[in-house]
Design a protein around this ligand. Sequence first.
Ligand SMILES: NC(=O)c1ccc[n+]([C@@H]2O[C@H](COP(=O)([O-])OP(=O)(O)OC[C@H]3O[C@@H](n4cnc5c(N)ncnc54)[C@H](OP(=O)(O)O)[C@@H]3O)[C@@H](O)[C@H]2O)c1
Length: 278
Amino acid sequence: MTQVSSLTLNDGNSIPPIGLGVFQIPDERTADVVGTAVEAGYRLIDTAAVYGNELGVGKGLADSGVAREEISVVTKVWNDDQGYDETLRAFETSAGLLGLEYVDLYLIHWPRPRLDRYVATWRALEKLKADGRVGSIGVSNFGREEITRLLDECDVPPAVNQIELHPGLPRTELREFHAQHGIATQAWSPLGRGQGFLEHPAITEIARDHGRTPAQVVLRWHSQLGVVPLPKSVSPTRLRGNLDIFGFQLSGAEMDRLTEIGTDFRVGPDPALFFDVS
Ligand SMILES: NC(=O)c1ccc[n+]([C@@H]2O[C@H](COP(=O)([O-])OP(=O)(O)OC[C@H]3O[C@@H](n4cnc5c(N)ncnc54)[C@H](OP(=O)(O)O)[C@@H]3O)[C@@H](O)[C@H]2O)c1
C-alpha cells in the first residue's frame, strides 16, 4: 500500500495530496472501485451530487473498514440547488446518501455567475462549516472575479478551488492567484481524460526516461506544482499506478516542457460559457 502525506489548507484542516475521482462511475460499481482504491492507499475521494454515486461512495467506505477520520470525502452542491435554503437541503441529501454525519470538503460545483446565487450558496456553506457538518468549504470552476467577490463579501475564504487542469491547460495565472490567497488547487481531469492526451510525445518521452507510465509523469507534474490531482480509474492496476508518484522527481526542464504542452486544450466545459443562465 502506498503511503501519502497530507496538505494543510488555509483553515488548518488537511487533505491528502492526491485523490480518486468517481465521475462517470455507475453507482452500482462505485462501492467496489472505492474499496479497491482505499485498499491501494487512497484517502481522498471526490464525488458530487450530480454524479449520482454518493450512495456507492458511502457503501465503499463503510465496507472498507478504514476509520472515518482517516478518509477525506469531497462532494459538491449542484447548479440547480444554488441558494441558501436549497443548498442546506442539498447537503442533507448528499450526507444521507453518503451515510456520513459530516463531509470533509463541500464545494460549489459551478459558479453560474449570471444566476447570481453563489454568494448566498457560499453563506450556506459557511453555516454548514460553523455547525460542524463540513470540515472545509471550497469552490469549483470559479475564476478570479468570483473568488474575489467571496473574499470581499463573505467571512470564510475558500479553502480549495477545483478546476480543470493538466499539461494541456496549466492555468498558471489562476494557480498564482490561488497561492496569493492561500487557496489550494485541486485538478479535475488531471490526465486530460487519458486516452489520446497521454500519448503526447513530451509526456511519453519523459515517461520513458524515468521508466514510468505517462499517467505517473503527468500526476507527478501536478504534485510538483503543489496541485492535488483527482485521477479517475476503474482499473485496479491503474488505480495503484496512479498513486505511485512519490518515488521520482521531474527536473525543472521536464516540468517546463510539460507545462508548455498547451494552454487551451479543454476536455470539459469552459465555466465562462457553460452552466449559466441567459
Ligand atoms: N469539478 C468539476 O467540475 C469536475 C469535472 C470533471 C471531473 N471532475 C473530477 O475529476 C475526476 C477526474 O476527471 P476525469 O474522470 O474527467 O478525467 P481523468 O481522471 O483525467 O481521466 C480519466 C480517464 O483516464 C483513464 N485513465 C486513468 N488512469 C489511467 C492511466 N494510468 N493510464 C491511461 N489511462 C488512464 C480512465 O480510464 P479507466 O477508468 O478505464 O482507467 C478514464 O478514461 C472526476 O472523476 C471527478 O471526480 C470534477
